[in-house]
Design a protein around this ligand. Structure first.
Ligand code: 13P
Ligand code: SF4
Length: 305
C-alpha cells in the first residue's frame, strides 16, 4: 500500500473504531502526520486521562505506552513496535530502589517518567523533564534520590540548592553524547542562533546553552523568541514540529548524533498494523503494580498543576 493509502486507511480506522493516535515529539514525520496529538512526555501522560476513546495507539517508546495504560486502565493501549524501548529507562530496576530505601529511610524517591511501571510502583513520585524542578522544589523532604538520569538530576540540583539530591548514574545515550565543543562550534559559526537544549544533555553542554527545557518547552520557546535562526539541542524529531509551526525560521540540529533509534522504529505501516490487530504490543500490567505506579503518577499530576 502507498503512504497516501495507508494514511487514508489509518484515518478511516480511527473514526470507525474510536481510536486516538498519540505521538511523541521525536516520532518520524509521517507518524506525526497521522497523530491526533503530538507532545512531550508530560502532555501525553496527562492527555491520556482526558481522552474519551476506546483505544490509544501510543507512538513513542514503551514507558510512554505503559504510563498511558497506568492512567487509563479501561482503554486498550497499543505500542506499535514492541522493541521500541528507552535504554535509559532500563538503567534502573525496582530492586535497586527497594535496596536503597532499606538503607536510606529518610529519602524520598523521585522517578523520571522514563522508567518502567515496576520502578514507578516502588518510587514515591514521578516527574518529567518539564515538571521536575517545580515538583521537587515543592516537596517537604530534604533528601531526594532521583532516578535514573544523572544529567537531569544534575540540572535539578543546580536549580534547587536547598535540598540534598542524589542522582542515579543512568543517562540518555542520545543526549549524553552531545559535547560542549559542539555548542561552541555552532555558536561561532551561527552567532545569531540561540542554542536550545534538553536537560538530559550533560551539565557542561547546558552551561553554554541559551535555554534549557523539555521537548515541548523548547518548541514553545522557539515559537515565541524573535530569532530568525535557532540551534536545537534535542532529538531531531522536534524539527518536524518546529518547521511546521515556524516556516519563516531556520532550524539546525546541534549535533548529527541527536537521533534516538528507538523513537525512529515506528513507521506508518506499524501504526496501521497495530490498528488492525496485526502487530505491536498491547500493554498489560499486573494490577498491583499498576495501582502503585498510579499513585506516583497521580502525585506528579497533582503537584504539576
Ligand atoms: P520530554 O519529556 O522532553 O518529551 O522527553 C522525553 C524523552 O524521552 C527525552 O529524551
Ligand atoms: Fe530514551 Fe533518550 Fe530516546 Fe528519550 S531520546 S527515549 S531518553 S533514549
Amino acid at each position: 500500500m502507498s503512504d497516501i493509502c495507508i494514511k487514508d486507511e489509518i484515518n478511516r480506522l480511527k473514526k470507525e473504531n474510536n481510536i486516538k493516535i498519540l505521538a511523541h515529539n521525536y516520532q518520524n514525520y509521517e507518524v506525526q502526520q497521522v497523530a491526533d496529538y503530538i507532545g512531550d512526555s508530560f502532555y501525553l501522560s496527562k492527555l491520556a486521562t482526558e481522552l474519551d476513546c476506546e483505544t490509544i495507539v501510543l507512538c513513542g517508546v514503551d514507558f510512554m505506552a505503559e504510563t498511558v495504560k497506568i492512567l487509563s486502565p479501561d482503554k486498550k493501549v497499543i505500542l506499535p513496535v514492541q522493541e521500541a524501548t528507552c535504554p535509559m529507562a532500563n538503567m534502573i530496576k525496582p530492586e535497586d530502589i527497594v535496596d536503597f530505601k532499606k538503607e536510606h529511610k529518610d529519602f524520598k524517591v523521585v522517578a523520571h517518567v522514563n522508567t518502567s511501571a515496576e520502578v514507578k510502583a516502588v518510587s514515591d513520585i514521578c516527574v518529567t523533564s518539564s515538571t521536575a524542578v517545580n515538583i521537587i522544589n515543592s516537596l517537604q523532604e530534604e533528601n531526594i534520590l532521583f532516578v535514573p538520569d544523572i544529567n537531569l538530576g544534575n540540572y535539578i540540583s543546580k536549580n534547587i540548592t536547598n535540598k540534598n539530591i542524589i542522582s542515579w548514574n543512568g543517562y540518555c545515550n542520545v543526549h549524553d553524547r552531545v559535547k560542549k565543543e559542539e555548542v561552541i562550534q555552532m555558536k561561532n559559526k551561527f552567532p545569531n542562533a540561540p542554542v536550545l537544549s534538553h536537560p538530559e544533555c550533560r551539565e557542561e553542554v547546558l552551561a553554554v546553552s541559551d535555554f534549557v527545557g523539555s521537548t515541548s518547552e523548547i518548541i514553545d520557546y522557539a515559537n515565541k523568541i524573535d530569532a530568525k535562526e535557532i540551534t536545537i539541542g534535542t532529538e531531531t524529531g522536534v524539527l518536524h514540529v518546529l518547521r511546521k509551526l515556524n516556516p519563516d525560521k531556520k532550524f539546525r540540529l546541534l549535533s548529527n548524533s541527536l537521533i534516538c533509534i528507538n523513537m525512529k522504529k515506528t513507521t506508518l505501516e506499524d501504526v496501521y498494523n497495530a490498528m488492525i490487530g496485526k502487530g505491536g504490543k498491547e500493554i498489560e500490567l499486573e494490577e498491583n503494580v499498576r495501582v502503585k505506579a498510579l499513585e506516583s503518577l497521580e502525585e506528579m499530576i497533582r503537584l504539576a498543576n
